[in-house]
Each structure stands twice: as structure tokens, then as C-alpha cells.
Write a protein that binds this ligand. Sequence first.
Ligand code: CA
Length: 437
Amino acid sequence: MSDANLFRDASDPLLRSWVASAVDPQNDFPIQNLAYGIRNGGVAVRIGDKYLLLKDALDAGVLCAEFEGVCWGASTLQTGSLNAFAKLSAAVRAKLRAHLAWVFAEGSPARAKTEPLLISVDAPTSNDAIPFVVGDYTDFYASLHHATNVGSMFRPTNPLLPNWKHVPIGYHGRASSIVASGSTVVRPKGQTVANDDGPPTFGPSKLMDYELEVGFFVGEGNELGTTIPVAQAWKHIFGFVLVNDWSARDMQKWEYQPLGPFLAKNFATTISPWVVTREALEPFCVAGPPRSAEDPTPLPYLQDPHGCNVDITLEVTISSAKMRADGIAPTLISRASFRDMFWTPAQMLAHHASNGCNMQVGDLLASGTVSGTTKDSRGCLLERTWRGTEPITLGDGTERRFLQDGDEVIMRGYCEKAGFPRIGFGECKGQVLPSKE
Ligand code: CA
């Protein structure tokens, strides 16, 4: 199986698949994507509206079991997470990607053996799983527009704190409550106050919100006490997912000083199940937004000569329980682009490791809420309704300042450019359930 003809360039925009749904221009998963996830307890690759378990493909003799002298078999492919898979060297994974492109390419002799192995993503046994065992989860705050909007609500004359343009701000989140798209989320209870100084009461949050974010998984870590240079950081990233950082604003307001977010954030974080690899996203890399003349030059350790923001269009829709019962389509709440982020993924990762903190395979780093310059590009309800003062109207005629029980939040992300098939993330969705007694 060393024949060069067994490999194709998956990022070739002209490559087409024999899987019919993968050539639908509105599908997120063309042959150029080849996103990875976990299904049925094993590593799967997504193509169109199907997926292929790599173990099945190995057993059927469709895939090579060895690349670059590295064998990868059941222990790598049937572990219930992508952690061992992501530890394969970049060279081996590149070979595998090229080999999968050959398997799925129009005219491939592998079609006859592969087609019977494909499983529909809607099959009842195919519940979405968290793709990695996440050891640590960190959430950044990297959108200038989000930070400025939120800051101006609380500090109208001084929205951006003096550190913001120098240091990528973040906090350590909670890994145990990361859930897959489709999971329900129970409205949290906590301390809230009617007046800024209290006293607090304990009960269900009344100001529940989402935050539209992009996350990325670390594919190659660093030893404790060492760093990840910013110029190399992009290559330490395995791939990207959509993230909904559910937030209880009334709890957040009371608890966040002096140490930052805690119980207002850690009750649930929803992620999309298919990890879109950095290789698939590279055709959509763009430079970050230009810094203004007054902006500080980043310190040398944050100066990224190959700085890559990814041009991902991000959308949030909401449907109420009544809308779903009446067959009303979800209402579009906002649309923004990840390209507008002030700090790039490489800068976030390099900064995280800059003090010698060891990053590990499967660590999840999220960007913070992605907002743009316009009202309809604001990535959470706090901003979108301006603390509830400008409610939005859903398709059933009801108003929203914050989320109601039964609301389903659906996030989507996709990359588009002329001459290239659309690469997308699928859905990141979750429904709010009432607080438990
Ligand atoms: Ca957040």
C-alpha cells in the first residue's frame, strides 16, 4: 500500500466525492473537510451526511494500517476519544487525510468496499459524543467588539481595561461539564441580587444567556516548564469546533469580582461534535484585523509572523418550544465572523504556555464571544438586547431579553470563498430545561 496513487490532496478545491451529499454546495462536509469525531465508540470521519468508522475501514482493507513507519490500529481508533489519534504525528495524519481523500474521491476503486460501511449521521445509534477527553478547558475574551460592548455597559467612560490590548485575557473553565451538541442544559440556580450590594437570594437564574464562540483542541502539547513559540503554535492545534459558553448573567454579576467567572459559567458548555482540522481550514486563513495607530505593538512573544485568523461565518438562531410545535423555523439572532478577532488562535495558545504551563493533547481553548461591529453581529443576548433594554422578537411573536425554558439555541459555522467548496462545522445546539426542584 505504498503506491503514490493511493493519496490525493484533500484541499484541492476541484476534488469531488462519490458520496452524493458531499457535493451538495450547502453541505458542510465536502471531501475537502474530512472532519473527525467519535461515534459508536470509535474514531469516525465525516463525509456529507454520512460517517465512516476508521476501524471498519481498516478491517475491510480500505485503509492502510501504517504510514511513515507508524502503525495505527484498534488502540488508536477504538478508545472513545480522539486523544490517542491526535497524538499521531502531523506527518502521519497528513498521510491519512490524503489517503481518505483517495478513498472518497470520484472514481476511487475503494468505493465498492467503502460504500456499505457508511453510516447516516441521523442513524439512531449515532448520538453525538464529546470528541476528546478534555483535561483542561480555558476560555479567552479575544473579541475587541465584545469586550468593548460589555465593558461599556458597566464602565461607560472606560470600557476597555488598560491590559486588554496587551494580554489575551482568559480564565480557567470547567472540563467536566462540557457536553455534546444536542444535550439539554438545566437552568442553573445560584446567588443573585436585586441591588448591586445585595443581599442575595438563591434560586433559578433569570438572566440565562449563550455565548457564540469558536474553540480549538490542542493536538501537540508542551512539557511543564517549556513554552510554545507563537510562530509554531498553529501547528500545535489539532482542529476547531463551535462552542456555546452558557452564561447566567445575574449570577455572574454578583460573583465575578474579584476572581472572575465561576458558577455563572461552569454549569454547561456545549460543543459541536465534528472537529474540523486545521488543515481543512488553512485555505480560509486570513490576517487579523489591522491594529489602529494607537494600538500597542504586541510584545515579541506574541508577534506571529504567520498570524492566522480563520474566516468562519458564525450564526446563532433560537427556536422556542412553541415554534418547534408549530413548525416555525428558528429565528436568526446574529451573524458574525471569526476573522474579526483581535487575538489569533496561535497567540492565545502561545500566551497560555508562555509561563511554562504545560498544554496537553485534548485541552480545549475557546475564543470568547465572537462579536462584530454591528448590532446584528453581537454574539450573546447580553449584547444583542443590550442588557435586555432592546428585546428581540422571535418567529412566534414573543420577545426575548434572555433565554426562556424550552428555548433551543442553534449555532452554525462555515467558511466560504469563491472557487472553493464550503467547509462547515454542522450544528452546535442545546435546549434550556427548567431548574430542578
Ligand atoms: Ca465566554
